[in-house]
Ligand binder design. Sequence first.
Ligand code: AHR
Length: 499
Amino acid sequence: MARARLTLDPAFTIGAVQRRLFGGFVEHLGRHIYDGIHEPGHPSAGPDGFRRDVIELVRELGVSTIRYPGGNFVSGYNWEDGVGPAEERPRRLDLAWHSTETNQVGLHEFQTWLDHVGSELMLAVNLGTRGPAEAIELLEYTNIPGGTTRAARRAANGREEPFAVKIWCLGNEMDGPWQLGRRSAEDYGTLASVTANAMRQVDNTLELVVCGSSARSMPTFGEWERVVLEHTYDDVDYISCHAYYEPVDGDYASFLASGVDMDAFIEAVVATADHVRALKRARKKMMISFDEWNVWYASRWNAVEDTFPIDHWPVAPRILEDVYSVADAVAFGGLLISLLNHADRVTSASLAQLVNVIGPIMTEPGGPAWRQTTFFPFAVTSQAARGDALRVVLDADTVPTAKYGDVPVVDAAATLGEDLTIFLQNRHLTEPTTLTVDVRRFAGSAVTAEGIWDDDIHAVNDLRNTTRVGLRTNESAVLDGGILTIELPPVSWTAVTIN
Ligand code: AHR
């Protein structure tokens, strides 16, 4: 049996947990939109074609801001193709995903869906094949109340009131060799600065996100951030981080410790941003928008992506439809812990993605919608993580990993709002861990613990059994004399709430 001890103090806080930390991401990709959230003719679809069963699940997930329309897709997208009468909209090649985009869902339809799910729009502009001119035209269309041709066009297209989009991404992964219109850091930094300034001339209340490296593994990581921020520090509010994790060659010990990598990633970007801040003698601190994060079996996609024929451009193909296991959900829970532990600098984040495409929600055309294993840690954290993130001090046994060396057997984060909630991940592959926490300095006497674990860490929810895996209650949690003791099963993620 492994052991861990946690020290918390309500006086030692990291920062307020922003609701935007629990954002999502919807890209025009595969069956995310078409045959995912939008399926006219499905028994649960409303007159607008959006599936009500999916809407209910997204509401239950508790997603704050939703990034749209991409992703790689945005770097070849003309937003004008997606507005106006649906029957007049063009069919276009989507080069990012080798598909046909029918444009039956565009800005207006997507905002209607967001109104259903109760989330805020985070809009990305195309800085791949387009530039500042199209960005400010889009902004005029979305945010100017009236008196211009574009604002009138928006009204004629069904939305009198502006969309009033607050938070915008200046392109996507502009360093990626796969990105349409990719650029050097110098070129992108200049373009992003020019675009940001133009956009602020239209609306000076915007929050802008500049692209960081598309991954920490990029050879230019660090230098890209420095150069881009030297160009844009005064113009933007956030720099983006993107990270995906998967088990490599069955190395689950390292996979479960993916939060170690995410911690190092965030801290490196913060250090680089603070370096530029010092050079510029700036008062402002740059925030991080971790606007793509998840478990993604990306190596499977990379193996097929170069094999697409020129005569086959399917509509809504089944791509990137990873089916998540219990182990995936536990690694995923570790990523949420990492985000919470950096709540002072990561003030916006987007789970990539939401439905069918590496999503916590799956659907079958004409059939059910269901929760994947990763649904549970996200929904519980989004619901429970309120108030301030607390500094957690861990004294724990360690487990060996091939990638990160010895790591603490437990990872933890804590938040204090009306309740104290402690988020815990046991990384041990075979042993439970006994954890104790001195909670005498906190009010409250009732304790509940729920989470995800299973005798079969490869168990999944799928079409054959959509409810095989669900949230479980940990009955071992005891609060006695101000000391919380809990036995965490191997490969588990748990949220303990004291109120
Ligand atoms: O989320 C899938 C893809 O991953 C996104 O389109 C892209 O930004 C990233 O490379």
